[in-house]
Ligand binder design. Structure first.
Ligand SMILES: Nc1ncnc2c1ncn2[C@@H]1O[C@H](COP(=O)(O)OP(=O)(O)OP(=O)(O)O)[C@@H](O)[C@H]1O
Ligand SMILES: [Mg+2]
Length: 238
């Protein structure tokens, strides 16, 4: 029997009275990494924000199960405590909260904080308020730092490599790959550039178009097809 960390069943979601996710079904097993592809505005971020429980996304049909239990009525902090972690596409600024404080809130392992902060070159931003005047790359490295310290059972990564230079993509990719191999969580990664595929072993790819999952396949093949032919080719597999 597969051990599902996440199951999304017939999920339909509204934001601002408009349906933005339509009848989504998907499962993620423990120790597997799935990639979510889709054009801008197709609903990728909305899906992971709904899974995490960010306000503004109203479930009008269906359910979300984490380790077999429905989480759709749980507040965001309880979902985080269960083991759901998100790396934001657009990281929120948090006035009065410094990165080092978040790190100490996430773990008491001082050595781990120090070594990971050093590996990810966070010294410049470690004592600063979260995401205030962080560069694009600093923000992404800080997000990866936090999610690794959180040690979630389910990682939801929204364009982790977007805006990151090639050297830092390589650094982040290898740190993420080690984490996935050691902890064996489940993960869902959204990518447009596909760079992250060079560093981690993804098992499945999904293509989302207009708020619905249209196709499932091998992530590399999907990426190459999108590169050559665009997303249109995937409309017909629904
Ligand atoms: N809270 C909200 N209220 C109203 N509309 C929303 C809300 N969140 C998302 N949308 C709309 O839903 C659609 C999907 O948005 P989403 O952010 O999920 O796209 P995406 O697939 O992540 O795109 P991108 O690749 O550009 O990040 C968009 O048309 C967006 O404007
Ligand atoms: Mg998005």
């Amino acid at each position: 029997m597969p051990e599902y960390v996440l199951q999304v069943k017939n999920l339909t979601v509204q934001a601002n009275q408009k349906v933005i996710l339509k009848d989504i079904n998907l499962d993620i097993e423990k120790n597997s990494t799935v990639i979510l592809f889709g054009p801008n505005g197709s609903g990728k971020s909305a899906l992971i924000k709904t899974i995490v429980g960010i306000s503004g996304y109203k479930i009008v049909k269906g359910d979300i199960f984490f380790e077999g239990k429905s989480i759709k009525d749980l507040p965001i902090h309880e979902r985080a405590r269960l083991g759901i972690g998100i790396m934001f596409q657009h990281s929120p600024k948090v006035r009065g909260v410094r990165l080092e404080q978040i790190a100490h809130f996430l773990t008491s392992q001082e050595e781990k904080i120090k070594s990971l902060a050093s590996q990810l070159h966070l010294d410049k931003i470690f004592h600063r308020e979260l995401n205030f005047d962080f560069s694009g790359g600093e923000m992404k490295r800080s997000e990866l730092f936090q999610i690794i310290l959180q040690q979630p059972k389910l990682l939801l990564l929204d364009e982790p490599e977007s805006g990151v230079d090639l050297e830092n993509i390589s650094l982040m990719g290898s740190i993420l790959d080690s984490f996935l191999k050691e902890q064996k969580p489940a993960s869902l990664i959204i990518t447009h550039t596909g760079y992250i595929l060079d560093y981690i072993q993804a098992t499945t790819g999904w293509v989302m178009i207009d708020g619905a999952i249209h196709c499932i396949g091998h992530p590399r093949e999907i990426f190459e097809t999108i590169r050559k032919f665009g997303y249109e080719r995937y409309r017909k597999c629904l």
